[in-house]
Ligand binder design. Sequence first.
Ligand SMILES: Nc1ncnc2c1ncn2[C@@H]1O[C@H](COP(=O)(O)OP(=O)(O)OP(=O)(O)O)[C@@H](O)[C@H]1O
Ligand SMILES: [Mg+2]
Length: 267
Amino acid sequence: MGDSSHNGPIIELRSVSKRFGPLRVLDQINLSLNLGQTTVVIGESGTGKSVLLKHIVGLLRPDSGEVFFHGKRIDRRSEQELVEIRRHIGFLFQMGALFDSMSVAENIGFPVLEHTKCTQEELDRIIAEKLRMVGLEGLQSRRPSELSGGQRKRVALARAIALDPEVVLYDEPTTGLDPVRADVINELILKLKRELQVTSIVVTHDMASAFKVADRIVMLHKGKFIADGSPEWYKTSDDTDVRRFVDGRAAPQDLEALNVQIEDLTK
Ligand SMILES: Nc1ncnc2c1ncn2[C@@H]1O[C@H](COP(=O)(O)OP(=O)(O)OP(=O)(O)O)[C@@H](O)[C@H]1O
Ligand SMILES: [Mg+2]
């Protein structure tokens, strides 16, 4: 991969649709990511943000539509071919997804050993460097079960960037972190972009984080992108669905449902 003769978007989704049984999650989605750009994806819980990310690394395949990496179609590749593509794409999973039976060092080193033939010395250097980047120096021999939720998230992030990927997909990187730690992650996203020209997608509900890291914010709603603009645009948009999400206000129908339930309880 890393095809320098291709000058178009580094990742492109063309008319991607995905359903699970009767549930239509993605409905002819188009998205182009340019080199070095950070795109934030926002949208209600259950709307398909994680499903979208999984299409980019071939963990899910579209029912229809196409996915391109460096101008080459990847959505119909074999598992074996996808392994080579995934080397260039770091994925921070929403739940962290660390191997509990392995130490922190083994977790971070796992993708490195899977994709390269580096020496133990080189591996130790990579693990130490990535731990330092996420602020967890010296925790190599800990088990995931001995870490806090936020620390686990940061180990998962160290693993996602272990191979210096061109693209990093962050699925809710700041969820469950205190505001200070969350901001460390924001700074790290900015640093990877600045120093390594990393292209990123950040899925988040954390609007402070979105406004800090985004070059562009897209909002997924009922299978479609209903908004696509700069952070400044989102701050001033008067679209009802956008405002409600950005300002964190419940929809009237959600509150009605709540009232009904409370009335039931007091009967
Ligand atoms: N493998 C699957 N099989 C069946 N349904 C799935 C599968 N993966 C996701 N879904 C469904 O697709 C919808 C979108 O899920 P997804 O995980 O992408 O939501 P999300 O936007 O990431 O939500 P959250 O903000 O809560 O993480 C949900 O209704 C979910 O139940
Ligand atoms: Mg999700």
